[in-house]
Design a protein around this ligand. Structure first.
Ligand code: BES
Ligand code: MN
Length: 456
């Protein structure tokens, strides 16, 4: 491809245009945040339908040809607008569903009533990922009437529930999502003032392990001391998953090394909220532990609660563990290793069942080529600082499906989050200054791509 680069004047015009647009972009974002579009099935799904319709309307107003598609899951929005003949095409991804708000009492303001405090907009979905939706809309508005590339916008409604119907959506509507570049706006930047491209994500599995030691629960005085209770056996089993330093002790899982980026223990402690006297776990650089090595977390336990406790040996107990995997690890192979470990470490011959509840692949981008060059230049134009390549410890499993389906497309993972966003937690928020830069970068990126033409 050849590059007819944009002039500094053209870039400044885009910055100015986006600055003019921001008040309305923010107002539209606030309207989206007011819709409690939690995709988890225990929540009112008419709200997810409402948010799909609101997103569809925003795209229709920008002149896109829009369809809301439902393929057995939550409604997704697909919109398309042609670019100039011969121009590259771009697919812009975000999701309009959100995580449950959790306990209202943990929030300093109501989760679905957006409010600004100290330059941040608070609310569930204000960042993850309704700001991603609005960054795409802002980029379209910046080029209204003169779109430099062909654009398809794909806004999913079930990312926070693991995208169960995305496979079917890709089967039935995938041809419409094909593009030269796919921008996935569901990650974040390195820090306030420093942009990033997310070039690796971890994969993951969720495993339920059930332990049984007795046919039925019995008196702990009569039988304790000679018969093991299931809860203690489960806790010993869970303890076997890490060595004394907190490294994952499951043999045979892949592990890699992160690039050498400055990130010290003090920053990690501040960002994670780790208590002063609690030590870090694992070994190697902190970023390798977060991005390139496996981690295991016990995310739930079924055992008798303290309220209901009596002097009994429990017969059964169970735990759910979340295992994060190195970006290129095959999740089904990882499950085999975890199952083998659990079976080999069952204390006192306790009976085990091990069930794979969920699995998703990680992603390691081929972060080179002309599309990546233009993405990096666009970030530098918006921030005045070159972007860093970063990993994230979280997962966006469908990216590997996109990459398999569109092997020739460059997949660019961006987003609005920063280290203080608290996505999924109470007091989720969006840094409004960084949000404007995200919008500028995406608008400039479309212009830069439009200036790229296949070499003859
Ligand atoms: N946006 C996140 C992924 C992410 C996490 C990006 C951290 C950047 C930093 C995504 O919505 C998410 O939360 N994914 C889930 C997995 C999914 C299968 C529910 C996750 O990582 O737990
Ligand atoms: Mn999320």
């Amino acid at each position: 491809m050849t590059d007819d680069a944009l002039t500094p004047d053209q870039i400044q015009q885009i910055r100015d245009r986006v600055a003019e647009l921001m008040p309305q972009v923010r107002a539209d974002l606030e309207e989206l945040v007011r819709i409690p579009s939690v995709s988890a099935s225990s929540f009112d799904q008419s709200q997810v339908a409402r948010s799909a319709e609101a997103v569809a309307e925003l795209l229709r107003r920008e002149g896109l040809d829009v369809e809301v598609v439902v393929e057995g899951g939550r409604p997704a929005v697909i919109g398309h607008l042609d670019g100039p003949a011969g121009a590259p095409t771009v697919t812009l991804y975000a999701h309009h569903d959100v995580q449950p708000p959790g306990d209202d009492a943990d929030w300093d303001s109501s989760p679905f009533e957006p409010v600004e405090r100290d330059g941040r907009l608070y609310g569930r979905g204000a960042a993850d990922d309704k700001a991603g939706v609005m960054a795409h809309v802002a980029a379209l508005r910046a080029h209204a009437g003169n779109l430099p590339v062909g654009v398809t916008v794909f806004v999913e409604g079930e990312e926070e529930s693991g995208s169960p119907s995305l496979g079917t959506i890709l089967e039935k509507h995938g041809d419409r999502l094909a593009a030269d570049a796919i921008v996935i706006a569901d990650s974040g930047n390195w820090d306030i003032g420093t942009p990033a491209l997310t070039t690796t994500l971890r994969g993951g599995i969720r495993v339920v392990v059930r332990v049984q030691t007795l046919d039925h629960s019995v008196h702990s005085g009569m039988f304790g001391g000679a018969a093991p209770d299931a809860t203690t056996a489960l806790v010993r089993l869970l303890a076997s998953l890490h060595d004394a330093d907190g490294n994952v002790a499951v043999a045979g899982l892949d592990a890699g090394e992160a690039a050498d980026i400055d990130y010290d223990e003090q920053r990690f402690r501040a960002e994670s909220g780790l208590l002063d006297d609690v030590s870090l776990i694992g070994s190697g650089s902190i970023l390798s532990r977060l991005w390139n090595k496996p981690s295991i977390t016990t995310i739930g336990i079924d055992a008798t609660s303290i309220d209901k406790a009596s002097n009994t040996l429990s017969a059964k107990a169970a735990a759910k563990i979340s295992v994060r995997l190195a970006p290129t690890q095959d999740p089904l192979v990882a499950f085999d290793r975890v199952r083998e470990h659990l079976e080999a470490n069952a204390p006192w011959g306790a009976r085990l069942t091990v069930e794979l509840e969920e699995h998703g692949s990680g992603f390691a981008a081929d972060a080179n080529g002309p599309v990546y060059d233009e993405a990096r230049a666009s970030f530098a134009d918006a921030w005045g600082t070159d972007p860093v390549d970063m990993g994230v410890g979280g997962s966006i499993p469908f990216i590997s499906d996109f990459s398999a389906r569109f092997p020739d497309a460059s997949i660019i993972v961006t987003g609005v989050e920063d280290p203080d966003t608290r996505a999924h937690g109470a007091n989720e928020s969006l840094h409004l200054g960084e949000f404007e830069k995200v919008c500028v970068a995406e608008a400039v990126f479309l212009a830069r791509l439009g200036a790229l033409r296949p070499a003859r």
